[in-house]
Design a protein around this ligand. Sequence first.
Ligand code: HEC
Length: 158
Amino acid sequence: MRRSALSIFVPLALGLALAACRDDQDPAGAADLWTRVQSSGYREWPRPRGYSTREPSFTLHGGSVDIFLNPTLAAARGSSTSLAEWPVGSLVVKDGYSGNSDSLSIVAVMEKRQDGWYFAEYSADGSVLFSGKPKVCVDCHDARKDYSDWLFSVERPR
Ligand code: HEC
């Protein structure tokens, strides 16, 4: 079910991959977030259900992806009451690899702040490709706005 629902994004992703360039709206903030993410040990964090190992990506983030949920988000997804939104402080990191190789191509991050999700995408060396609320990120993740408060790989408790 999850795969077939997401497969509609593949043609869109291909179109966007061709059009994509950079949109670094917040260079200093993105650099700070990179430092925090790199020092967090995020590759030890829990993963979404269905992503217990590296999985093929449905979008332009790379051929295959590892996704990690910080402790705030991991705790919230286990909530026994319905959540309209993920709590402020929730953070998701997605490592995107080229094809089926072990070559890291991008690191995508979403962090929930008071004013909503902050998006960032980096190349493997940490140079910033996108930060802030880039239209390309917002317009696609918007498809999951109500269903799971903008996240594709995690379902909000309902
Ligand atoms: C064409 C649609 C599309 C665009 C554009 C897009 N994403 Fe995603 N994103 C997805 C899908 C689908 C997933 C689920 C995992 C996968 O298939 O790679 C995802 C997953 C993620 C995740 C893991 C959390 C989750 O929602 O599952 C992060 C973090 C993320 N994207 C960040 C970004 C950032 C940052 C940008 C902009 C640079 C961006 N995304 C642009 C479709 C998109």
